[in-house]
Design a protein around this ligand. Structure first.
Ligand code: DGL
Length: 257
């Protein structure tokens, strides 16, 4: 392809999570061509080790680069924490965008908010997260909440199941009598169950995710590099590493619902 602007933007996640970011990307860049890579065969990333997730993400990027891409959006908090910095150093010619839990917007919601930050165990263990919370610790109280097992439930595609409701009820039990101003969805799978999370809290509790901010950041960076595709018809290609053929259908269902 002669024009680099016409190359697709690759969007990667451990499975269905990054679809919640893809949705925001498509909304604000309807002329772009997107190549979504759901690595469901390796899901979940969040309970793997750091070297494992780095290696998997590196391989996925190599595969996507072979197809020809103009940007790589790591639509996964876990892979971003572990791999974004290293992959940027290894691929200086490529625009690599990461995602981080929406701690900053949460810190600005009110005077000293109490905020639950839901994420995978690996994201919460990583230095990147510790540094993020340290930066805003003077502005609010941030309560990290690892959610092992939730990604697997969302990967079934049944995002309104009783099992997910039961999981969430148990998860939030310790916070029932406490004032919580916001819940940050620090894993891209969780926006698929945003309504179920919101129903666990009073109406004034704000539920935040980083998808829209990441999409705006991606557009801004592409624009700065002269890589925005301002005309032409948009396209979305979805690939998934799972042997379960339904994953593409489930991805589309989650994208358009
Ligand atoms: N969706 C991913 C994230 O944002 C990864 C979840 C997982 O595979 O554990 O962290």
């Amino acid at each position: 392809m002669d024009n680099k602007k016409d190359l697709p933007i690759a969007v990667m996640d451990s499975g269905l999570g990054g679809i919640s970011v893809l949705r925001e990307l498509v909304k604000i860049m309807p002329n772009e061509r997107f190549l979504y890579f759901g690595d469901s065969i390796n899901a979940p990333y969040g309970t793997k080790t750091k070297p494992e997730v780095l290696e998997i993400t590196r391989k996925n990027l190599a595969l996507l680069k072979e197809r020809g891409i103009k940007a790589f959006v790591i639509a996964c908090n876990t892979a971003t924490s572990v791999a974004a910095k290293i992959l940027r150093e290894e691929n200086p010619e490529l625009l690599i965008i990461g995602i981080e839990p929406a701690v900053k917007p949460a810190s600005e919601l009110c005077e000293h908010p109490r905020v639950i930050v839901m994420a995978t165990p690996l994201t919460l263990r990583e230095e990147k997260f510790q540094a993020l919370v340290a930066r805003f610790s003077g502005k609010g109280e941030f309560l990290p909440l690892p959610c092992p097992g939730l990604v697997e439930l969302i990967e079934t595609g049944d995002v309104e199941s009783d099992e997910i409701r039961e999981y969430l009820t148990k998860l939030f039990e310790p916070y029932k009598s406490k004032r919580i101003d916001a819940v940050v969805l620090g894993c891209t799978h969780y926006p698929h169950v945003k309504a179920l999370i919101a129903e666990q809290f009073p109406a004034e509790t704000v539920v935040l995710d980083g998808g829209e901010g990441t999409a705006r950041h991606t557009r801004r960076r592409l624009d700065e590099l002269g890589l925005l595709r301002d005309a032409g018809e948009g396209e979305i290609e979805i690939i998934n590493t799972s042997e379960n053929e339904n994953m593409i259908e489930i991805s589309k269902y989650l994208l358009y619902r």
